[in-house]
Ligand binder design. Structure first.
Ligand SMILES: [Zn+2]
Length: 413
């Protein structure tokens, strides 16, 4: 992939971009818009977007993209909404393709009360910071580019993705890069996720999730004593699994988050299952932990079967992968990370390089320059019903995003 963006050596520097009357006009527009953005924040937050059911919010964003004059607004088969702001580039001299995106979905199930309660400068509602503030920034970026009369060399793609959270398993962004619009790659990918200004996520925290289900005949705790017991087998597996010495570097973690099974204290269960989460900044460590998990489950089932061999019963075991997020890293000296650092500093933000699990995991794992940024503002109690958001500093997040987008997309005028 060619890197078009010129950060320090060639093309306009960040400092000279900041002096441009176009950028200044766009910044003025952002400052003037802040009260209106509060209304947009509330409007979008109150359209539910539970896991796997983002359609209503997607329709709204699609309509907004059309209203503000973006080109070729469309939805793909997974429900991602995509729009374009074309640059000067032609077929003969294609400019950089820059994607700016934000996820639509929340972690909250259907029928969660998503009405926003306002308390001074603070907005309370599930999902308001993760990721309604990101969506608001995405829409505002397009409007501010227009307000500044800014022309870029390359095309800027505006994307609202589905399925970022939890069991959504990055299905929206995965489709875009594996089979959809961006399967031939892009020159830069910026994901807006949550509030804050300092964090530049350039490392992708990989994770895998499994459901392990052990089954047996089941029976009476007294009358059938001596037959195989799925809960006992899982207990053996968990004892072994949790003794794994996960390294601190590269940072790695594991968790048996849910165990289920059985129906009564005096019944031998017919089935038991556990859900396991494995994370590491290194895909190699994830592979090692997965192999360990498979091994301890196999040993545990074998032990339980051999201890209860006299009964003539045996256990079955099913191993199912319930999620997979690849890991990787956009190098610190890549154009996109250097530009993000430089744009932050130019606006008085001291950035912090970060590792997290976001939509950028997919492009990063494919070697496409990608980062995730906070959209500005502050928040608390994320992913809980008491989530809140305050737009303090939001305008700075929007200005940084605009500067970075123009810097990567090539400032034509
Ligand atoms: Zn998020």
């Amino acid at each position: 992939m060619q890197n078009y963006a010129t950060v320090t050596d060639e093309g306009p520097s960040i400092a000279s971009l900041l002096k441009s009357s176009h950028i200044r006009r766009a910044y003025h527009f952002i400052d003037e818009l802040q009260t209106e953005l509060d209304d947009e924040l509330v409007r979008i937050c109150e359209i539910p977007a539970p896991p796997f059911k983002e359609e209503a919010r997607a329709r709204f964003v699609s309509q907004r993209f059309q209203d503000i004059g973006l080109s070729r607004v469309r939805s793909d088969e997974k429900g991602n909404v995509i729009a374009e702001r074309p640059g000067l580039s032609s077929k003969l001299s294609p400019g950089p393709r820059i994607v700016v995106s934000a996820h639509l979905d929340t972690v909250f199930p259907e029928r969660t009360d998503v009405r926003v309660r306002r308390d001074g400068a603070r907005f309370h509602a599930p999902g308001i910071s993760d990721n309604v503030c990101g969506i608001v920034s995405l829409i505002t970026l397009a409007r501010a580019l227009d307000a500044g009369g800014i022309v870029t060399e390359g095309t800027i793609y505006f994307v609202a993705t589905v399925g970022e959270e939890g069991e959504g398993n990055l299905r929206g962004v995965r489709h875009l890069f594996n089979a959809g619009e961006f399967k031939r790659g892009v020159d830069a990918f910026i994901s807006l996720d949550g509030p804050g200004l300092e964090r530049i996520t350039h490392r992708a925290l990989g994770s895998r999730r499994y459901r392990v289900t052990v089954g047996g005949p089941g029976g009476h705790s007294w009358g059938d004593f001596g037959i195989v017991n799925p809960v006992h087998a899982l207990g053996r597996a968990i004892a072994r699994f949790s003794a794994y010495p996960a390294p601190l570097a590269p940072r790695t973690s594991y968790n048996v988050g849910v165990i289920e099974g059985g129906s009564s204290v005096n019944a031998i269960p017919a089935s038991a299952s556990m859900v396991v989460d494995i994370r590491s900044v290194s895909s190699n460590e994830i592979e090692k932990l997965e192999a360990h998990l498979r091994r301890v489950v196999e040993i545990a089932v074998r032990e339980e079967n051999s201890q209860r061999a006299m009964s003539g019963t045996s256990l079955t075991c099913e191993f199912e992968q319930a999620g997979d997020r690849p890991s990787g890293e956009t190098p610190i000296d890549s154009t996109i990370v250097r530009a993000a650092i430089e744009c932050s500093r130019a606006l008085g933000i001291e950035p912090r390089l970060d590792c997290s699990s976001t939509d950028s995991n997919i492009p990063i794992s494919l070697g496409i320059p990608a980062i995730t940024l906070g959209a500005g503002g502050v928040s608390g109690n994320c992913h809980s019903l008491t989530e809140w958001y305050e737009p303090t500093g939001r305008e700075l997040g929007m200005k940084r995003l605009l500067l970075l987008t123009v810097s990567l997309g090539g400032f034509a005028c």
